[in-house]
Design a protein around this ligand. Structure first.
Ligand code: TRP
Length: 368
């Protein structure tokens, strides 16, 4: 039998999804979904993981489950092809996490560069580090392995997570026999798809910095973000001055989003981005023109998403059924994996009655 290719991805429901998510992961998920190349595609709304650093604010997580779900649906995640599920309703993930925790050392967890950076960012170094947050890479390993995922499409920052998952899988299989599927990371090949900076040029879009363009933003908000916050080249003072396109946020966004068709529709002076860039570098192309073009590109990209979201917002009952049914399917799948794991670990006492005879024999032998 040919090996199955199964994808698992996930997001923490801590806010609405933004253009950074779209460029870095969502549009690729839709492509993979529609390629027909995969035997199973699961998207996990990782609410339990979100609680590891939001234990005091469960309301925020609850509210954002629906936001994230509607963002998925409005970019084209199709529930007929992709199973969308909610982590907290999958008890097999909790059980797997508990067993995997025995297969990692605290020293190993402390070395994870992603977690290290996140601990700094959240101020846990001073405040005290929740053990649940510290161990979330182990819970993420449970997510990945519970679905028998072979492929995990992630950003570069999640590579240490995959490394950790592979170590746990290898250790589990060494101790208990070949049981878990070894997953691999799939990183975007294209530099432009890796990370979209915030509109202010800061490395990451983040709610607290106010530098995001959300998928559900209205046209006026998008315009304000681009015209008001996006910097270009500080040395490009007059239109006739030569300009830099590297590190120029407007061009970074165009790199990530625009196509030759966008030029035909909105800026027919150029046939492609390279031509436009050359003119900017030479001098004679104003920032206003560049921003106006970018706004058109953003509008063309986000209008269908916004419209779809409005339709879904008017039909929450259907959206609810989608995650309810998705979660039920996921519960079945992850439950099967947990049963396999318990069997391998020889702790399946109540599914395998042969243990009764085993115990009888054992005691019999002890009496002899
Ligand atoms: N850690 C991911 C994030 O911060 C979310 C996530 C949870 C995830 N479980 C996963 C991603 C499993 C990939 C695979 O967005």
């Amino acid at each position: 039998m040919e090996k199955k290719e199964i994808i698992l991805t996930g997001d923490r429901p801590t806010g609405r999804l933004h253009l950074g998510h779209f460029v870095g992961s969502l549009r690729r998920r839709v492509e993979m979904q529609n390629s027909g190349k995969y035997d199973g595609i699961y998207i996990l709304i990782a609410d339990d993981q979100a609680l590891t650093d939001n234990a005091d604010n469960p309301r925020k997580i609850r509210d954002n489950i629906i936001n994230v779900l509607l963002d998925y649906l409005s970019v084209g995640i199709d529930p007929a092809k992709t199973t969308i599920c909610v982590q907290s309703a999958l008890p097999a993930l909790h059980a797997l996490t508990f067993y995997y925790l025995n297969l990692v050392t605290t020293a190993r967890l402390s070395r994870n560069p992603t977690v290290k950076a996140e601990i700094q960012m959240r101020g846990f170094a001073d405040e005290g580090l929740p053990a649940g947050f510290f161990t979330y890479p182990v819970s993420q390993t449970a997510d990945i392995t519970a679905f028998d995922a072979t492929v995990v499409p992630v950003g570069e920052d999640q590579l240490p997570m995959l490394e950790q998952a592979r170590e746990i899988v290898e250790k589990f299989n060494r101790i208990y026999g070949d049981t878990l599927v070894l997953p691999r990371a799939l990183i975007p090949e294209n530099e432009m798809q890796r990370r979209l900076p915030g509109v202010d040029g800061k490395a990451k879009m983040s709610k607290s910095l106010g530098n995001c363009i959300y998928l559900s933003d209205d046209p006026k908000t998008i315009k304000t973000q681009v015209n008001g916050k996006m910097f270009t080249d500080p040395q490009h003072l007059k239109i006739s001055d030569p300009g830099h396109t590297e590190g120029n946020v407007v061009f970074t966004y165009l790199d990530a989003l625009c196509t030759d068709e966008h030029f035909a529709s909105y800026l027919p002076d150029y046939s492609c981005l390279e031509e436009m860039k050359e003119h900017y570098r030479r001098g004679g192309l104003g920032d206003g023109t560049c921003k106006k073009f970018l706004i058109s590109v953003l509008e063309e990209t986000l209008t269908p998403v916004r419209q779809s979201r409005a339709r879904w917002e008017a039909d929450i009952d259907t959206a609810y059924d989608i995650i309810r049914e998705g979660t039920a399917r996921a519960a079945e799948k992850t439950g099967e994996t947990l049963a396999r794991v318990r069997r391998a670990m020889k702790i399946d006492y109540f599914t395998d009655r042969s243990v009764i005879q085993e115990w009888k024999d054992l005691l019999q032998k002890a009496r002899q």
